[in-house]
Design a protein around this ligand. Structure first.
Ligand code: NAD
Length: 251
């Protein structure tokens, strides 16, 4: 399993206090990486999970709305604590739901800031460090809404469409430096982001009907793909959007 071994690597996972980011931080640690977790919320649970694997966990409280301040804190703290950055998982994301005609400019700006601009700024910050090492992995969180427009989520759909394109743009420029930039596009995963959808019986039924696997995904379903995209196993994979969706996109 050497191809998937992350021993000696350092990963940064944003939005790692819960949900998908927490599962990915834990999964990367299980594969051998030390992990720096970034969030605005407490990360104690994630720290406990990572440390239980025997790996080191650094928790960095930072608000990606203040992206430039957050960027400096994330890079400086990780470098001073671990001395290197090999993997960046741009996982933090937010959702705002409202019909497009009444969707506010504030909601638009907030979603684009966290879901798209923070991905651009943080990737830009780690790329020179990875370039010096001649190896690095950036994993972005795309979505089914990188491909589809969805309903009542215009900013989220625009941000995730942007994430998919940004993934390819970065991949094209940085592949020659040994930096692989790819994305995971999760299907419908049971996290706090989807509490409203799960509670809406009609929408929940419609969603389940379209998922060939016949169930909502769990954050842990993303771990295998994350380890693949973070490891040598994906060294010749560039600009790929990996759907982990129980077959949603195949339907
Ligand atoms: P979640 O709400 O459980 O997790 C989001 C995390 O981001 C939280 O820990 C939150 O505190 C953090 N965060 C939010 N704003 C932040 C900020 N300003 N600064 C720092 N951290 C901040 O949701 P999730 O479902 O685990 O989402 C994680 C990623 O997966 C997101 O990018 C989301 O778009 C993506 N995704 C989720 C699904 C799904 O079905 N759940 C599907 C496709 C993509």
């Amino acid at each position: 399993m050497e191809l998937f071994d992350l021993t000696g690597k350092v990963a940064i996972v944003t939005g790692g206090s819960q949900g998908n980011g927490q599962a990915i931080a834990y999964g990367l640690a299980q594969a051998g990486a030390d992990v720096a977790v970034v969030d605005i919320n407490p990360m104690d649970k994630t720290r406990e999970m990572v440390e239980n694997t025997g790996k080191k966990c650094l928790t960095i409280k930072a608000d990606l709305y203040n992206i430039h301040e957050a960027k400096s804190k994330i890079i400086e703290t990780t470098m001073s604590e671990f001395g290197r950055i090999d993997i960046l998982v741009n996982n933090a994301g937010i959702q705002r739901r409202n019909p497009a005609m009444i969707f506010t400019e504030k909601d638009w700006d907030d979603v684009i800031q966290i879901n798209l601009k923070a991905v651009f700024i943080l990737s830009q910050a780690v790329a020179p460090i990875m370039q010096k090492n001649g190896w690095g992995k950036i994993i972005n969180m795309a979505s089914m809404l990188s491909f589809q427009g969805g309903l009542y989520v215009p900013a989220y759909a625009a941000s995730k469409g942007g994430v998919a394109q940004l993934t390819k743009a970065f991949a094209n420029e940085w592949a020659k430096y040994g930096i692989n930039v790819n994305a995971i596009a999760p299907g419908y995963i049971d996290t706090s982001m989807n509490t409203a959808l799960i509670a809406d019986k009609e929408r929940n039924r419609q969603i389940l009907e379209r998922i060939p696997a016949g169930r909502w995904g769990e954050p842990a379903d993303l771990i295998g793909g994350a380890i693949f995209l973070a490891s040598h196993a994906s060294d010749y994979v560039n600009g790929h959007i990996l759907c982990i969706d129980g077959g949603w996109m195949a339907r």
